[in-house]
Design a protein around this ligand. Structure first.
Ligand code: URA
Length: 211
């Protein structure tokens, strides 16, 4: 099995949902959304799952929805993206030593993947993590991403609790920094501010000095 399967249909609920959304929006991708960026990048951002009118429409993670606004602006600020905005999958934006993926590759109803779906998709993430260089850093956006990374690395959730800004030094795996997800809900309620998000990327930059 490869790290990404563009025609994966292993989750019946997600497959049925994507088929329905495709009928309503024939121009949307409505298939698994591939990771974006160099597989050998030193920074891997792990999100939750494609958004209905964002990645599920455009085919690029965090592109076309609110969550991507802060993410791409921050990646650009810290030298990980060639531009501050990601508009479409063919807008020419390039990630620099960075890759973006999701814990679940298909759009889930109500943005909530079920535990069985997170598990079914986890071997994709495990392969992506295994392919990273030794000194890589992962930023996990939210607890679902955090737990998916732990599962992919064979680690217990109870041993590595989620905490915004915490760096986890998992044995034999990339270092993982936790961040609250940059969702519209979290930014509008100020659970996650721009400053808090910048601090996470400052930590990532300290762990990954420019070559
Ligand atoms: N878009 C994504 O690709 N992932 C998220 O987690 C949110 C929006």
């Amino acid at each position: 099995m490869t790290a990404f399967e563009p025609d994966c249909r292993r989750c019946p609920r997600l497959v049925a949902f994507l088929d329905r959304v495709k009928q309503q929006h024939p121009d949307y991708r409505c298939r698994p959304v591939p990771p974006f960026g160099d597989p050998m990048a030193r920074l891997l951002i792990v999100g939750l799952a494609p958004g209905m009118h964002g990645a599920n429409a455009t085919g690029r993670p965090f592109t076309g929805d609110h969550a991507g606004i802060l993410l791409y602006a921050t990646l650009h600020r810290y030298g990980f993206a060639s531009r501050p905005e990601s508009v479409s999958s063919d807008d020419g934006l390039e990630l620099i030593d960075c890759r973006i993926t999701n814990a679940v590759k298909c759009l889930p109803p109500l943005n909530k993947p079920q535990t069985a779906e997170i598990r079914a998709c986890n071997d994709h993430l495990a392969r992506e993590l295994a392919a990273l260089p030794e000194d890589a850093v992962v930023i996990a956006l939210g607890t679902i991403a955090h737990n998916a990374v732990l599962r992919a690395c064979g680690e217990k959730q109870s041993a590595w609790p989620f905490a915004h800004g915490r760096v986890h030094r998992l044995p034999g795996a990339p270092r993982m920094i936790d961040s609250y997800h940059c969702s519209r809900y979290n930014t509008q309620t100020r659970r996650l501010t721009q400053e808090m998000f910048h601090q996470v990327f400052e930590q990532a930059r300290e762990l990954l000095p420019n070559p």
